[in-house]
Design a binder for this molecule. Structure first.
Ligand SMILES: Cc1ncc(COP(=O)(O)O)c(C=O)c1O
Length: 389
């Protein structure tokens, strides 16, 4: 039996149709898109096809898409770019305590090295940011609000439209890390009212190392990386043509099927959560019960270490994780669960299931067949369990 992969929030396998679209750009059509001759025209055309495809998927203009090396770089370009555009007066930035480190650490950089003040807003027990708190935190010198669209650990979807209205009314730039949302739920940048929106190909069955940033026409943004004039000077460097084509193809495929696949994954996740709660006592759901990215379910198994469950499931052929792939090396409890007020002993028992395109009902049922035994075994030897050893 092969591995049953249930960690699609960490990354996804590249779809064979995406790989097929990318392959010609490695050997046959290898021209540098900036070169003047015919060989390069193909690669230039491919990038512009990709830009039009991504723009259509996000409901924006083609000139508003910048290709990058991934979600992290997109977040950095937006956050540091707004800060650099406001360097003369410095000012204030609002973000949340549950952002990905690409946003959190960028904001900390603005605070520690560029002289900005940063407010890290709390969230409620479901991981939702209160738009009223965003409004309350706004100051005359606030230059940027950055709130993620969907959280990578618990899947909670944030009220971006309301926050977008607040930002627009006050003339504050609004950035959203939508790495976990694009390709999973419909994303319309105009309706959301964002000025910047980050996405990444490898979360939606595209290649690793490619992403995009939506930059609303007329936004004030300075480059933080310097070189050639590629991507309107915001992301200098010879373009990753195959990656860019892969990103666009992956997004095109995801968007074509987004409602049906979303409903299917939400159904699978419900089967998984209901099945676990029915079979295993003392389990709680982390994240919003309904406003969640389809396919994501983060569950806390009380009295056991999530890490031990992950390892035991790995032995049974299942790939799941305790939380963000970027923080699995850290022994600290997840900053997301902490911000949601989850007690640290409960947070330690949390496991993230990220269902995706290749998962079927039988995968969930197989998991349900082995997980109760694993948790029971671990609880029997856990010093955390009531009456435990
Ligand atoms: C919410 C979020 N933002 C940003 C990133 C970083 O994206 P990338 O791996 O493309 O740099 C991730 C990936 O884990 C993510 O989940």
């Amino acid at each position: 039996m092969g591995t049953i992969y249930m960690d699609h929030n960490a990354t996804t396998a590249t779809d064979p149709r995406v790989l097929e679209a990318m392959l010609p750009y490695f050997v046959e059509m290898y021209g540098n898109p900036s070169s003047p001759y015919g060989l390069a025209q193909d690669t230039r055309d491919a990038i512009e096809w990709a830009r039009a495809t991504v723009a259509r998927a996000l409901s924006c203009g083609e000139s508003e898409i910048i290709f990058t090396s991934g979600g992290t770089e997109s977040d950095n370009i937006a956050i540091k770019g707004v800060a650099l555009a406001n360097l003369a007066r410095r000012g204030h930035v609002i973000t949340t305590q549950i952002e990905h480190h690409a946003v959190l650490h960028s904001c900390e950089y603005l605070r520690d090295h560029l002289g900005f003040e940063v407010t890290f807003l709390p969230v409620d027990g479901d991981g939702v940011v209160d738009p009223e708190q965003v409004e309350g935190a706004c100051r005359d010198d606030t230059v940027l609000i950055s709130v993620m669209y969907a959280n990578n650990e618990v899947g909670t979807i944030e009220p971006l439209e309301e926050i977008g209205r607040i930002a627009r009314a006050r003339g504050i730039a609004f950035h959203s890390d939508a790495v976990q949302a694009v390709g999973k739920i419909p994303v319309d940048v105009r309706a959301l009212g964002v000025d910047f929106l980050a996405m990444s190909a490898h979360k939606l069955y595209g290649p690793k190392g490619t992403g995009a940033l939506y930059v609303r026409q007329g936004s004030r943004l300075h480059a933080h990386s310097h070189g050639g004039s590629h991507e309107r000077g915001m992301r200098p460097g010879t373009e990753n043509v195959a990656g860019i084509v892969g990103l666009a193809k992956a997004l095109e495929l995801a968007v074509a099927d987004i409602e049906a696949e979303g409903a299917r994954l939400a159904g699978l996740a419900k089967r998984l959560v209901d099945g676990i709660v029915e079979r295993i006592p003392d389990v709680s759901l982390n994240g919003h019960p309904t406003k969640r990215i389809p396919g994501t379910a983060n569950l806390a198994f009380h009295y056991v270490e999530g890490e031990s469950i992950v390892l035991a499931l790995d032995m049974e052929g299942f790939s799941v994780s305790t939380g963000s792939a970027c923080t699995t090396d850290s022994p600290d409890p997840s900053h997301v669960l902490r911000a949601m007020g989850v007690k640290s002993n409960i947070a330690q028992g949390s496991v993230r299931f990220g269902l995706g395109r290749e998962n079927v009902v039988e995968d969930v049922d197989r998991l349900l067949a082995v997980l109760p035994g694993i948790v029971e075994r671990l609880r029997a030897i856990s010093p955390l369990a009531p009456g435990g050893s």
